[in-house]
Design a binder for this molecule. Structure first.
Ligand code: C2E
Ligand code: MG
Ligand code: MG
Length: 716
């Protein structure tokens, strides 16, 4: 090799070294400036072609997502190439594996224009490949970290601005201490993060541990799974809120171990309050706040279930206000509503907390008394209700008196479900209405078919006489002229231990048929005379008490003797007693009747003709009987102010009776208008619900003592 050639070789070697150095320098620069893998690969390939003078530089790299990134550069003047052509080129090529941690992550291919790669060059390119692999890995790691950071930043921004409370607890430590809470948690609970971090996540439930939802949360924590429920939680100030809670486990990178639980806390108090309000409306009477019909059925059936288990009774008391329509019409709706509210309040006072008071609508109420040992206590509840209601109510500044009729049905005797009990209580209630109201009655199956079982009744009635179940009530009779009480009609009552007060139409006919009317009539006579004597002894003014006689009694020849004996025994004078007969009793055997009446009159007692107008109503016959008074039947009085015929008849009867020297007593006076007409027609005395029903002896004495009157033209 000549000098020139040698020199040229040395120059060439020097140029190659300079080029390699320049190439490494350019690559370092590109590497440091590369922000991502693509610009790194592009930069290095550009340097290899531009600075390194290579014909082709190609790099292929698997990126973390599993895609392959490729960059291919050809020197200026070189024909364009496809990747697929790389393997088939005839040019000298160097293939270098890109490795990271001993793992191949890609390859670098460099093609010379000509000649071959020498060792120095190959080593330099190997170093370049190693740097490239390192840089690619570094960029990847940096980007991954950045992404992670960004993700975390987003997550924490989301957490911090979430309207749901978030609480993160550690599940690797006992008691699951709180490690993080977000601002919404602080807002919802009133606790700051500093106050709760480190505490057990359970503290929000305080000691309200009897919650079904807690079981679900405990199970989720134990089984390390997601859980969802609604709990009563408590704020720092003690106020309860409804927490719709979702919890989810957070696992470590391996996915095997649960390190934390994230709890999402949603305050749904407003929603629950709304739902409860809806439910309240669906189950309660809006006016009074009492249970409505649908809740009532639930409660009755619940009580029945409990009673069944405990071997107890359930009482269903159906209560209907008496003459509520009058109040409604008289006062208007708003005051009547106030009255219903007041009644509801009183009812609530009469029952235990565990009992239910419901309003069925209108003026109908129901009390359900559970866990009852014997029906007597139900009678006690009913009596208490009547007493409570008897207290005057203030409606628009006026004293208003309300009374009620109560029917009682009991489980298991009268039914084993709500409907049957309510139906039977209703039947019993109607019986009360029919018989004077303001009272209560137990349902008896007989009520349904009206006719009480005859045989049963007969035995019962016999026992009633033995057991003193027959009582006498007194309905005041007043003088129309003075408005004062002048006497009373004694009305028999059978105080049946099971059915309650039974009124005469239900047992007098049977008593007559069976002959039991004889001892029964005698019992009534004795009770009345004993009572008159007691009143006289107590200083009550002289009163005349009327007793109803039955046809069979009237046919007893020794009736006058019996009356005389009882008067004597009780020390009562005949003038204090009036005996009521009916037309049919005297019309059959007129002569006998007349002699009987005369005998009775000998005793000084008064005689009156009851229910006048319903029978023969023959005034001409009346002249023949030694009677003192006529009682106009209440069926005439009822329509006296609406039916012209009835008014005319009443008017005529009063006038003719007076012409015969008879007193006239009107029965069944229920209204001021009726009373007004009777007064106009010159009627002497009257009795009726307008002033009072038949009441027990003590109550009657009170009416007399207090001088209660029926002032003209005013309601009681
Ligand atoms: P009566 O002699 O016509 O008695 C009046 C009846 O009318 C009583 O019914 C009384 O409660 C009712 N009454 C009174 N005021 C009014 C009113 O303003 N409106 C309405 N709708 N009714 C009113 P009670 O007590 O059910 O007696 C029914 C019948 O039973 C009596 O009718 C009488 O015939 C008979 N009775 C009652 N007690 C005895 C008794 O001791 N012996 C006999 N033999 N019969 C009796
Ligand atoms: Mg009568
Ligand atoms: Mg009558």
């Amino acid at each position: 090799m000549n000098r020139t050639a040698k020199g040229a070789n040395a120059r060439a070697a020097g140029d190659a070294a300079t080029r390699l150095l320049a190439l490494l320098g350019a690559c370092t620069q590109r590497r440091t400036h590369a922000t991502d893998t693509c610009s790194l690969l592009d930069g290095v390939c550009d340097a290899l072609v531009d600075t390194g003078g290579y014909a082709v530089a190609a790099v292929r790299l698997a990126d973390p997502a599993g895609d392959t990134l490729r960059t291919l550069r050809v020197a200026a003047g070189h024909r364009p190439l496809l990747w697929s052509e790389l393997g088939h080129l005839d040019a000298p090529a160097l293939e270098l594996t890109l490795e990271s941690d001993g793992r191949a992550i890609g390859e670098l291919r460099v093609l010379r224009r000509e000649g071959s790669f020498d060792d120095t060059e190959a080593r330099a390119l190997q170093a370049l490949a190693a740097d490239l692999a390192f840089s690619a890995e570094a960029i990847r790691a940096r980007n991954a970290q950045r992404r992670l950071d960004e993700q975390l930043r987003q997550l924490s921004r989301a957490l911090e601005s979430s309207s749901n409370g978030v609480m993160i607890t550690s599940s690797t430590q006992l008691d699951h201490p709180i490690v993080y809470v977000n601002p919404a948690f602080e807002r919802i609970t009133g606790y700051t993060a500093a106050e709760v971090v480190g505490q057990s996540g359970r503290f929000l439930v305080r000691d309200d541990l009897a919650q079904k939802g807690l079981t679900e949360i405990r199970a989720a924590l134990r089984e390390r799974r997601e859980g969802h429920t609604i709990l009563r939680n408590y704020r720092k100030d003690g106020q309860m809120f409804w927490n719709e809670l979702s919890i989810a486990p957070v696992r470590d990178e391996s996915g095997e171990m649960t390190t934390h639980f994230v709890s999402i806390i949603n305050d749904v108090s407003a929603r629950i309050a709304y739902e409860q309000q809806l439910e309240y409306h669906a189950t309660h009477d809006v006016l009074t706040g009492l249970a409505n019909r649908s809740l009532l059925h639930d409660r009755i059936n619940q009580s029945i279930l409990q009673a069944k288990r405990a071997g107890k009774l359930v009482g269903v008391l159906l209560l209907d206000l008496d003459r509520f329509k009058l109040i409604n019409d008289g006062f208007g709706h708003a005051p009547a509503d106030n009255l219903l509210k007041a009644v509801a309040e009183r009812l609530n006072h009469c029952v235990r907390d565990t009992d239910t008071v419901a309003r069925l609508g209108g003026d109908e109420f129901v009390v359900v008394a559970g866990s009852i040992d014997d029906p007597d206590s139900l009678a006690g509840v009913a009596a208490k209700i009547l007493r409570q209601l008897a207290q005057p109510l203030d409606i628009e500044g006026k004293e208003v008196f309300v009374t009620a009729s109560i029917g009682i049905a009991t489980y298991p005797r009268d039914g084993d479900h709500g409907e049957a009990l309510l139906r039977n209580a209703d039947v019993a209630m109607y019986r009360v209405k029919e018989h004077g109201r303001n009272s209560y009655r137990f349902y008896a199956p007989e009520m349904n078919h009206m006719a009480l079982d005859r045989l049963d009744m007969e035995g019962n009635l016999r026992r009633a006489l033995e057991r003193d179940e027959i009582a006498v009530f007194f309905q005041p009779i007043l003088s129309l002229a003075t408005g004062r009480i002048v006497g009373a009609e004694a009305l028999a009552r059978w105080n049946h231990p099971r059915i309650g007060m039974i009124h005469p139409p239900e047992f007098i006919p049977l008593a007559e048929e069976t002959g039991l009317i004889i001892p029964l009539g005698e019992r009534v006579l004795r009770l009345v005379c004993t009572q008159i004597a007691a009143w006289q002894a107590a200083g009550l003014p002289p009163l005349r008490v009327a007793i109803n006689l039955s046809a069979r009694q009237f046919r007893q020849d020794d009736l006058p003797r019996l009356v005389g004996r009882v008067l004597e025994e009780t020390g009562v004078s005949g003038s204090a007693l009036e005996l009521e007969l009916t037309e049919s009793m005297v019309m059959h055997d007129v002569d006998n009747a007349i002699s009987m009446l005369r005998d009775l009159k000998q005793l000084g007692v008064d005689l009156s003709l009851d229910d006048f107008g319903t029978g023969y109503s023959s005034l001409s016959y009346l002249k023949r009987f030694p009677i003192d008074a006529l009682k106009i039947d209440r069926s005439f009085v009822r329509d006296i102010d609406s039916e012209a015929d009835d008014a005319a008849i009443a008017h005529a009867v009063i006038a003719m009776a007076h012409s015969l020297g008879l007193r006239v007593i009107a029965e069944g006076v229920e209204s001021e208008a009726q009373l007004e007409l009777l007064r106009k027609y010159g009627c002497d005395d009257f009795q009726g619900f307008l002033f009072s029903r038949a009441v027990p002896a003590e109550e009657f004495a009170l009416l007399v003592r207090n001088g209660r009157t029926q002032p003209p033209g005013t309601a009681p």
